[in-house]
Design a protein around this ligand. Structure first.
Ligand SMILES: [Zn+2]
Length: 462
């Protein structure tokens, strides 16, 4: 591959007017492992001599410091392109439920209808619900997770998990984690049976430990210090082994009974082999959250307060305040309400596309309330064209991640909630690195930073 590349690079002077070809070849060269010196002299510096406004300068600085975009500065070019770029800006809200019954009635019991309503709000919002194991894999640097995400957990192993929550979760395809404690599994009454647990595990349920006895881990009772340490160890380890033996899985997460713990208990839990331990502190999980005390929003019966806090991300309203417009929403005649480019889930090869949201079928909007956010980057200065009713944003530099999530919000009246559209598209990074055919003779592309969505080759995979 490498000799062929060098051969292609030698052709560059022939097409010296085509910066696009040049930069693609450079990236291909980097993929093939050529040194930065070999390619640095060819690195384009688009728009370097044009005066920039303060806003443009600020944006340029953010682009330079971002991991979302590839910068053009030779010193930061790595010899090899990473297979993916870890997105450390993701934020996760972990919800914590307990018992589910036909009717609520206590802070630890939520009614089936209220739970259904909350899950529907999540589904409508488009905020992804992901398994806890994905969050841990992300923290290990093994994979990316969505920019904003929800994890659903439930403690104690009540039968209501199976009879009331599971059908809803299965219907929406939401993964979840159940924390079981050894003394309350498969013992009749209102405890879950192993058979119910195994069935749920076939549909996205992960199992964690919630101790042996469900006693507060800080309560000494009449135990001496050494007795207490042994007891603690058994609460942490016996419950883990119990689940692993009975279900043939690795049990890697622990929920502190009553959320009670201290630093030494946390250290012991990590020593016992848990990769994550969850609390009841209403905090979101970020890249910096200690894995021994991940925050959770406990949902107290019919009270929505914590659900609203949990589902409100980065200053946006919660799922019940915003009005989420699904990216494929249709009007009464069956026409798409919004036309999006790149389309939701589309895989494109242009690493610098123009993002376009066509709103001609939407009721009139207030242009000054338009906000567009890119995952991992934040607010971007999208433009609204009132004649075409399009919101547009030209990606200012090559995207270096394979996944790009966009959030567009606006209001239709100041006293109305935000309309929010979430969608994501993908870049086929490998295809994007392939050399393109030489352009036709009349095409002289000297402005590689701007406008070429029509020319981008696109493909959609199902
Ligand atoms: Zn509990």
């Amino acid at each position: 591959m490498r000799p062929a590349l060098l051969c292609l690079l030698t052709l560059l002077p022939v097409f010296s007017s085509c910066k696009r070809l040049e930069s693609k070849l450079e990236r291909l060269a980097r993929l093939a492992g050529l040194t930065t010196n070999e390619v640095a002299t060819r690195q384009p510096t688009p728009g370097a001599d044009a005066p920039l406004t303060a806003e443009q300068q600020e944006l340029e600085a953010r682009v330079r410091n971002s991991t979302v975009f590839e910068t053009a500065a030779p010193e930061v070019i790595s010899a090899k392109e990473p297979s993916f770029e870890l997105n450390k800006s993701s934020v996760v809200a972990i919800l914590g439920y307990h018992d589910f019954r036909e009717r609520g009635g206590s802070p630890m019991i939520i009614s089936a209808s209220k739970f259904q309503e909350q899950m529907k709000a999540l589904k409508d919002s488009g905020i992804p619900v992901i398994p806890l194991s994905d969050v841990i894999a992300w923290r290990k640097g093994q994979k990316n997770i969505p920019e904003d995400a929800i994890v659903i957990t439930m403690d104690d192993g009540w039968e209501g998990v199976y009879t009331h929550a599971f059908p809803v979760l299965k219907q929406y395809g939401f993964p979840f984690t159940v924390y079981l404690y050894k003394k309350y599994v498969n013992i009749g009454g209102r405890s879950l049976t192993w058979m119910q647990v195994r069935e749920m595990m076939k549909h996205g349920c992960e199992i964690g430990s919630h101790s042996v006895s469900h006693e507060s881990l800080r309560q000494r009772k009449n135990r001496t210090e050494s007795e207490h340490q042994l007891w603690l160890l058994s609460e942490l380890k016996d419950s883990k082994e119990f689940i692993e033996k009975n279900l043939g899985i690795s049990c890697s997460s622990f929920a502190y009974p009553y959320g009670i713990f201290d630093d030494s208990i946390m250290a012991l839990g990590l020593q016992a082999g848990y990769e994550s331990l969850v609390t009841v502190n209403s905090q979101k999980v970020t890249w910096d959250s200690p894995l021994g005390k991940l925050g959770r929003y406990i949902i107290h019966g019919e009270n929505d307060t914590n659900f609203k806090l949990a589902t409100s991300f980065r200053g946006r309203g919660d799922v019940s305040n915003n009005h989420f417009v699904t990216a494929n929403a249709k009007d009464s005649a069956g026409n798409p309400l919004i036309s999006l480019s790149p389309a939701p889930d589309e895989i494109i090869t242009d690493r610098r596309p123009i993002i376009i949201a066509g709103l001609t079928r939407m009721p009139p909007i207030l242009p000054e309330t338009i906000k567009m956010r890119l995952a991992g980057f934040g607010l971007v200065p999208a433009q609204y064209d009132s004649s075409t009713q399009e919101v547009r944003y030209q990606i200012p530099a090559n995207l270096r991640r394979e996944d790009c999530a966009v959030t567009l919000s606006f209001k239709q009246a100041l006293d109305k909630p935000d309309e929010v559209i979430n969608w994501r598209f993908k870049i086929d990074l490998y295809a994007a690195y392939l050399p393109i055919m030489p352009p036709k003779a009349e095409e002289t592309d000297t402005t590689p930073t701007l406008a070429r969505p029509e020319a981008s080759s696109k493909q959609t995979r199902q």
